[in-house]
Structures are given as structure tokens and as C-alpha cells.
Design a protein around this ligand. Structure first.
Ligand SMILES: [Zn+2]
Length: 753
């Protein structure tokens, strides 16, 4: 009977190979009507932890499932309907944008699907310019697609659209100079200046800092940039009113000149101080009038002037169960972020550190201003993989789309309320997020509560509206609408669970728990979710209490696997030495990565790649055949010493080569005849004129196509010094102080009553 309804279950203890070998598709939201299903929002953009909404809070509580949505609102899209109209049709009561899930009472009136108010349709909406007839409003793009972008009329602007403004804050302390990142930064920035999003109004500025602030005047007529050093950093002022921020196209030569000089300018400086706080205050003064984007490159602990910090981490306690100093040491960076947010300034951090930098404190500047955080731990320019990672990430950052002066509002059907937001932003009012910048790589999460009974409803809807200024100075509104049916039985609710979305939301909740309470509480909460969900499922099945086995519904069969992986993740693990900054960065990622990248960080994809010629193929966008190896569990038992394995971790890939790999493979992939001749210092595979090399390169490119940019591939041999990077991700195996997946299940079994 259960099979008939697609409600199969799995005895986890009897199923060691639980991971599907092919891509895990998100569960489908079924509205039961084909045309509405087709119009629903893509799960790549908008996803709910359950694909059927419980009709009451008590039913939700019984299911023990977390309820929330994840959204990737500014994702790069290939097809986006953009419309320009004189009136944007919105509900007069709750301001919801007209969408595919509204009800048409007749050709002139529509009923809002969020608050149920009856609204008039404007004439314009009823008229079809193609057939030159009135009537059928359902042909409109607003009704056909749940993702749409409007070019906003003037009432959506508080002031004329701001130009694109970019300010680069560059740490030039001794630690920064020693890491060698300056040369790479200046080279990549110089070669991408013309690709920065913007138009003829784009402005740019550069500010360097160590124990002092170094401003650069780029005035018209100068034959080279004029440096002005401000030594008094306790009361920051700008050394001149103009020409610190200049028009990019008019002063391009001067900027290029500056980027050429900078790496050498501080080469012989032994200044070990870094006045980040003062530099940020100066940035705030400098671009406050317009707003824009501040990009910080920070290599040392800020140890001078306002916002100065002292080292807090005890390196001897990196593997302790009780982790200290997860919270900020002071509120300087958070307070400054809120001031920046008020003036439409977002601050992004590139952390290039070799020592403790107190990311827990300085990350506040990005978290509360809608910024992004990138981390290059132990960076040294002489290591090819380090340098290549930094270069590629920076190039994507500089060239990707950007929205300025943005706000995002999430509306939901009456009876539902959003109670907690996750991501980088400032919450301006209960459902309005202030985003001084919005970028296409940022994800957000929201926890939702059921406040009133939904039993009268067939469906509920969520609508996200993102209002922003494009880099071309246009005010635009991107709207996404997700519709989900309501259900009334526990079995229905449990079987509608979206396990990946649940894991995404749980990981955000666990970060909050770690900061507000403790890491051990967060770890315990993960465990309790697994226990509660399986116990409530057992209850819903009415199975005999004495029966053996650990049953999970098919839709939640990976939840224990993901949770056991999360307990070993750098964000939440104990027992393994983890640098505090690395842990904080992992937590920042949990809060702000889009779901597909987050899942790959939690449980990477592992593929055998030594026998690609034997695999099924699929066609890529160019119509070429790409091999599709079946995915492997993350365990040493998946590996063979004669094999080669590709691990896709989302933001990087590892190619692990077994010690007994065939000579043929070495020759055709690396062009060498000896295992030890494979270099540890390559970050991209060579492409040779043979089928094996072409197939492997094709597969790697195919995986890269899904990502925001092609990531670095690190080759690891069994005797490589960095072999542990691969081995520690075999997450199902037992390691010191952490259970294997099987032991974890056995522990769950004793707890699920
Ligand atoms: Zn309404």
C-alpha cells in the first residue's frame, strides 16, 4: 500500500550504501494542475523544507521537521522575462505582485493569493497588443512565469539611481607583503578593470593601509598617482576632498599606473601594523554620499587604531570540545557595518592570512552590510594552487553581476510568519532585508511559523521581491513566487520532506545555536533532529515497538548521513584540530552559500574517473558526449589502489590518484611514466590528444559548468604531503574522536523509541 503512494521506507542499518549513485533531484512540488506546476518557481531559486505544508502548527510539531525556505534570489539566469510597464500590478492591501497563483474572478478582477483581497485589473493588463483584443489576462508574462523582472518606474526610487562605485582597501602591512598577494591582486584587478559591471558613470578608488592610511589622488592632469599619507588614524579625515574616488573611464591610465606601482611601493616596509578600522572609517566617509562596494584585502590581525584586536585563540585548544571565542571581541565592526548599510555601502572581505586574524570579530563588517567573505588560509603566492584559487575567485568577484541599494521583502500567505532570517544583510523591519549590495552568489534562509490554521486553504505561497539598482543605473524588481499545497495528515507531511533543504536550514540554525549557546549544544541539536524525525516517523507507521531496524522514509533516508557529515565538518567538528578562523569561515558559509554549493561542502561528490570509457554518457550544452560516472560513498571502501577519484567539494576539486594506477593512465592523463613524476604543483589537468584525456577533461568541464566559475583542481597522490585533505573527507569512516556513519546509526537506533 505504501509503495503505491510512493511512500517507501528504508531500514538504514540494513542499507550501508544509502547514497544514490546519480544526481539527487529536489522533490517535486505537486499542485495537481499541470499548468500551475509548470509555472512554479525553480527549486534552484526557491525551496521549502517540506513540499506539503501542514494545515496546523500542531501537525507541524508532530512531524518534528524544521519549517523554512531557502532562496538564491539573484542567481545568474539564462532565461529571465524582463518587462517594462507603466503600472506594476500589485495587491492594494498587502502589496503582493500579481503572479501565476492568483485567482481571476473575471477578466477585470483578481483575488490576491496571499491576503485574499479582491483587486481590479488595470486596462493595460487586459489588453493584448499581439491580438489587439481585451480579455484573458493569463497570457501575460506575470501570470506565466513565477520568476520575473520589472523595470521599475520612478516611484520605486528614493533618489536617482546611484552609479557603480568600487573602493579597494588594501592591507600593505608586513604580513601582507610577505604573503605576496599584492602582485596577484594588482595584476588581476588591472586586467579586469574594463569588465567591472558599470557604465560611463562608474567610479573607483584605492586606499592602502598599514599603521597609516595611504590615499591616492588620481586628479586629472597628474602624470602619476599622488600618494598622501595620513598618520593620525584615531580621528580619521580625508586628506583632500576630490579625486580620491574618480571616474573609471576618464582616469584609467592613472589607475593602471597605480596598480603597477603598488606591489613594489611597500616591498621593503617592515610595518607590522594594520589599521583596518581606520581604513574602513575612511572608506565610509569617502563613498558615504553615493554608497557602493568596498572590497577589503586583509592579511593581518587589525592591531592599531580604532577597532584594534588582540590575539584570542589558544592554538593548544584547537581540538577541544569546548570552543571559545566564536563571538566578536567587540562590536566595532558590527556598528560600522550598520552605519555603512544605512548609506548603501556593502563591505566584502578577502582574508589572506597566515596567522589568527579574528574573523569572528571582523566578519561583522560583511555580515551586517550584505557583503561576502572569502578566505585563503596560509596563503603564499609561491604555491601555485593557492595563487590560482585566489586569482579565479577574484576574477569571478570582479566580473559578476551586482545590484546596488537593494532591499528584499519576503511575503507569505496569511497564517504564516517568518521569524528568523539567515544570510548577510540587515533586517530593517519584520520582513524587509536591507542589502546595500546584492550578488549572484549569495543565498538566504528563513524559518517560518504557522500562526493560524490553514485548513481552509488548498495552497500557500511565498513571494520574494528584490528591488535593486543595476550597474547600468536602472531600478529593477526581481520577483520569485513559490506555491505549495496544504496537507492534513502526518504521513503526507513526513513523506513530503526535502532532505537537502532541511540540512541547509539546520546548518544555519546550528550556527546560531553555536554562537548563542555553545558548539556542544549545536551538535546535540543536530543529533536530536535525527532522533526526533525518525521517532516521529516510527510513530506515524504504528510499528511494533520491539521490531528491529532503523526505519526512515525514502525522502529522508540521507538525513542521518548528512547530519553525521555535518558533525565532522570544520564548522561543527570537535576532536580534530581546527583553526578558529577556519571554523568561523565555515560557519559564515553555512549561513550564506546557496544550497547546491553548501551540500557539496557538507558531503562532497566522489566519482571514479579511471574507467570513464565504460560509463554512460550524457550530452552537454554543445551536444558533446560527457561520461557520467556513478557517484561513490565517501569511504575508503569505495577506493581501489588501482583507481583514480575525483572529489567535487563545490568550491574546489581534488583528483586523487591511487598508488597502483596503471602506467597507461599516467601516460595518457599526465604524460608521465612514473607515479612519482606527477607534480603536486598543478591545478589544472593538461589536455592531450587521446580519448582518455579528453573524456576526463570533458567531465571536469561539465562539473564546472554548474558552478559560478571553474574551480581549481588539486592533484593528490597517495604519498603527497597534503593527502590528508582528501582522506579527511572520507566522511563515513571512523576517525579519532568521531563515529563512523554505521556507528552513528547504531547510536541513533538506541535513541529512537
Ligand atoms: Zn494581498
Amino acid at each position: 500500500f505504501n509503495k503505491l503512494w510512493g511512500h517507501e521506507n528504508v531500514d538504514l542499518l540494513q542499507t550501508p550504501n544509502i547514497l544514490p549513485q546519480t544526481k539527487i533531484e529536489p522533490p517535486k512540488v505537486s499542485l495537481g494542475q499541470d499548468f500551475l506546476d509548470a509555472a512554479n518557481c525553480s527549486p534552484d531559486i526557491f525551496r521549502c523544507t517540506i513540499t506539503k505544508i501542514p494545515e496546523s502548527n500542531s501537525l507541524l510539531q508532530k512531524s518534528r521537521l524544521p519549517f523554512g525556505i531557502l532562496i538564491h534570489p539573484f542567481k545568474d539566469l539564462e532565461h529571465l522575462p524582463v518587462i517594462q510597464c507603466s503600472t506594476i500590478v500589485r495587491c492594494r492591501a498587502c502589496r503582493t505582485y500579481i503572479n501565476p497563483f492568483v485567482f481571476f474572478v473575471d477578466a477585470k478582477r483578481w483575488k490576491c493569493n496571499l491576503c485574499y483581497r479582491l483587486n481590479e485589473l488595470p486596462e493595460e493588463f487586459q489588453y493584448d497588443p499581439v491580438s489587439k483584443t481585451y480579455g484573458d489576462p493569463s497570457r501575460r508574462p506575470e501570470i506565466k512565469s513565477s520568476t520575473i523582472e520589472y523595470i521599475a518606474p520612478s516611484e520605486y526610487m528614493l533618489r536617482p539611481p546611484q552609479p557603480a562605485v568600487y573602493l579597494f582597501l588594501i592591507d600593505v602591512s608586513k604580513a601582507a607583503v610577505d604573503s605576496g598577494y599584492l602582485q596577484t591582486l594588482c595584476t588581476v584587478l588591472a586586467s579586469n578593470l574594463s569588465s567591472l559591471p558599470g557604465d560611463a558613470r562608474t567610479q573607483i578608488g584605492v586606499l592602502a593601509y598599514n599603521s597609516a592610511l595611504h590615499f591616492y589622488s588620481l586628479a586629472d592632469g597628474l602624470n602619476q598617482p599622488h600618494e598622501m599619507t595620513v598618520l593620525d588614524i584615531d580621528d580619521v579625515f580625508l586628506p583632500c576632498p576630490d579625486n580620491l574616488l574618480v571616474n573609471l573611464s576618464e582616469r584609467k591610465e592613472l589607475i593602471l599606473d597605480l596598480l603597477t606601482q603598488l606591489p613594489n611601493r611597500f616591498k621593503n616596509s617592515y610595518d607590522s601594523h594594520s589599521a583596518l578600522g581606520a581604513a574602513l572609517q575612511a572608506a565610509h566617509k569617502l563613498i558615504g554620499p553615493t554608497g557602493g562596494r568596498v572590497t577589503v584585502f586583509q592579511a593581518a590581525l587589525p592591531n592599531k587604531g580604532p577597532g584594534a584586536l588582540s590575539p584570542r585563540e589558544d592554538p593548544n585548544k584547537r581540538s577541544a570540545a569546548d570552543v571559545q571565542h566564536l563571538n566578536p571581541a567587540n562590536d566595532f565592526y558590527k556598528r560600522l557595518a550598520l552605519e555603512c548599510s544605512g548609506q548603501q555601502i556593502a563591505v566584502d572581505l578577502f582574508i589572506i592570512n597566515s596567522q589568527y586574524i579574528d574573523l569572528a570579530t571582523i566578519s561583522g563588517i560583511s555580515r551586517f552590510s550584505g557583503g561576502s567573505i572569502y578566505h585563503f588560509p596560509l596563503f603564499n603566492v609561491s604555491r601555485l594552487v593557492d595563487n590560482e584559487k585566489f586569482e579565479r575567485c577574484l576574477k569571478r568577484y570582479l566580473t559578476r553581476k551586482i545590484g546596488f541599494e537593494a532591499v528584499m521583502r519576503i511575503r507569505c500567505t496569511r497564517g504564516l510568519t517568518i521569524h528568523t532570517f539567515h544570510g548577510n544583510f540587515f533586517v530593517r523591519s519584520t520582513d524587509l532585508l536591507s542589502l546595500p549590495n546584492v550578488n549572484p552568489d549569495a543565498g538566504f534562509g528563513m524559518q517560518i511559523a504557522i500562526e493560524e490554521s490553514l485548513s481552509e486553504l488548498q495552497t500557500v505561497c511565498f513571494q520574494a521581491a528584490l528591488l535593486y539598482t543595476s550597474s547600468k543605473g536602472e531600478r529593477r524588481i526581481r520577483v520569485h513566487t513559490l506555491c505549495i499545497p496544504v496537507a492534513s495528515t502526518l504521513t503526507d507531511i513526513i513523506n513530503s520532506a526535502d532532505q537537502q533543504c532541511i540540512v541547509g536550514l539546520l546548518s544555519k540554525m546550528a550556527v546560531d545555536r553555536s554562537l548563542q549557546s555553545s558548539l556542544s549544544d549545536a551538535r546535540e541539536a543536530f543529533l536530536n533532529v535525527a532522533i526526533d524525525v525518525l521517532a516521529s516517523y516510527r510513530l506515524s507507521l504504528n510499528v511494533d515497538n520491539n521490531s528491529s531496524g532503523l526505519l526512515a522514509p525514502n525522502c529522508l533516508k540521507l538525513l542521518p548521513l548528512y547530519i553525521s557529515a555535518l558533525l565532522k565538518h570544520p564548522a561543527f567538528r570537535t576532536g580534530t584540530a581546527t583553526r578558529l578562523d577556519d571554523r568561523i569561515k565555515a560557519m559564515c558559509d553555512m549561513k550564506s552559500l546557496p544550497l547546491y554549493l553548501l551540500i557539496q561542502q557538507i558531503y562532497p561528490d566522489l566519482y571514479p574517473v579511471h574507467n570513464l570509457e565504460e560509463q554512460e554518457v550524457t550530452k552537454n550544452q554543445e551536444g558533446e558526449e560527457v561520461p557520467q560516472p556513478l557517484r561513490l560513498q565517501l569511504s575508503a571502501r569505495s577506493l581501489d589502489s588501482k583507481g583514480a577519484y575525483l572529489m567535487d567539494q563545490g568550491d574546489s576539486m581534488i583528483l586523487y590518484i591511487g598508488p597502483s594506477i596503471s602506467i597507461d593512465f599516467l601516460a595518457s592523463i599526465f604524460g608521465v611514466s612514473d607515479y612519482n613524476a606527477i607534480s603536486d604543483e598543478i591545478c589544472e589537468l593538461p589536455l592531450w590528444d587521446n580519448p582518455r584525456s579528453q573524456r576526463l577533461n570533458m567531465f571536469i568541464n561539465y562539473l564546472n559548468d554548474e558552478k559560478p566559475f571553474p574551480v581549481v583542481l588539486q592533484v593528490i597522490k597517495d604519498n603527497s604531503p597534503n593527502r590528508h585533505l582528501f582522506i579527511e573527507r572520507l566522511l563515513e569512516d571512523r576517525v579519532e574522536n568521531a563515529l563512523s556513519y554505521h556507528e552513528f546509526l547504531q547510536h541513533l537506533k538506541t535513541q529512537v523509541k
